[in-house]
Design a binder for this molecule. Sequence first.
Ligand SMILES: Nc1ncnc2c1ncn2[C@@H]1O[C@H](COP(=O)(O)OP(=O)(O)O)[C@@H](O)[C@H]1O
Ligand SMILES: [Mg+2]
Length: 351
Amino acid sequence: MTENEILKLLSEVRHPARGDRSVTELGMVNNIEIQNGGVRVTLGFPKRRDPLAEYLIGACRAALIRGGVKDPVVDTVVLEDAAPKKKGLEFDTECLRNVRHIIGVASGKGGVGKSTVAVNLACALARLGYKVGLADADVYGPSVPLMTGTEGASPMAEEIDGKELIIPLEKYGVKWMSIGYFAERGQALIWRGPMACNALKQMILQVKWGVLDFLLIDMPPGTGDIHISLLQDIPVEGALLVTTPQEVALSDVEKGANMFRNKGIDRPIFGLVENMAWFTPAEHPDEKYYIFGKDGGARMADDLGIELLGRIPLVQSIRESGDSGEPAALGTRPDAQAFLDLAGRLAHKLG
Ligand SMILES: Nc1ncnc2c1ncn2[C@@H]1O[C@H](COP(=O)(O)OP(=O)(O)O)[C@@H](O)[C@H]1O
Ligand SMILES: [Mg+2]
């Protein structure tokens, strides 16, 4: 058990008299001791002990036991200083200090081309002259290494001000970071809960990003706890939602939108990207076949009050370039133009 894991368990314990906020959020976890497998947690109370102290001690013990800690000890200390010492997760957002825009690329479900859009958008923004980074936060299926031809790379770490920072890989003028660089090729990533969350946060908060105009985050598909935790700890400014045009995708996009509009998260949605908006066969580059229906993306955007920022065609070359590690946005074909248009609109929207 690490301190972070213990904090994660304690973050489930809510203080009923303090707006139902968690003891970690309230900065009440004053000390954590881990020795020979034993865990002792000290809760700090300002000035005098809280009438709910016993309840909180019990609730903390229960949460730790549920998380697999044997016989945890929870005690309390009354802090003379009225403001309890805040002890959050080890992470801070220092390495994002010089990043102007942090944008989450999200989708309600997998397979809609979220990573394809994120990777190509990053390359397109770089082509427009911006400084760009992309963090692949899809713990369950990191695809940035394959899509950028950086598989097998192992990023170096550097100690800066007593802190280990991972150096992102640079290729195509973009700084790439992916949890995939830290897993064996083909090894399934079966991390769950807090561990997946911490690994993810590390991919974003312990990286030497330096000065960036845009940091894109390829979020995991779906809308679960991991997303909420990510959005709570990482200063994501807003979101891009990726969808395909089918009618049935609407409810997924809606879930994605609600995740960002959720009370307590409340981040703007910069736009919707309609991927696979039409099909263009390689041998007939001027033709458009609306195989998933025409203008589905525009209708969805209207329904949800989101701007339609981009429309990307379904073309074989986008898939092929993804598989070969040379993003389509770097080329000169019409599909490259679709990503450049999206990049231009996003940059314009964010000033
Ligand atoms: N516009 C497109 N044209 C052709 N193939 C695409 C397009 N968008 C995505 N794909 C392909 O569809 C598959 C899933 O895309 P991916 O970006 O991995 O989806 P997600 O990240 O949403 O799971 C990949 O093989 C990708 O190359
Ligand atoms: Mg993906």
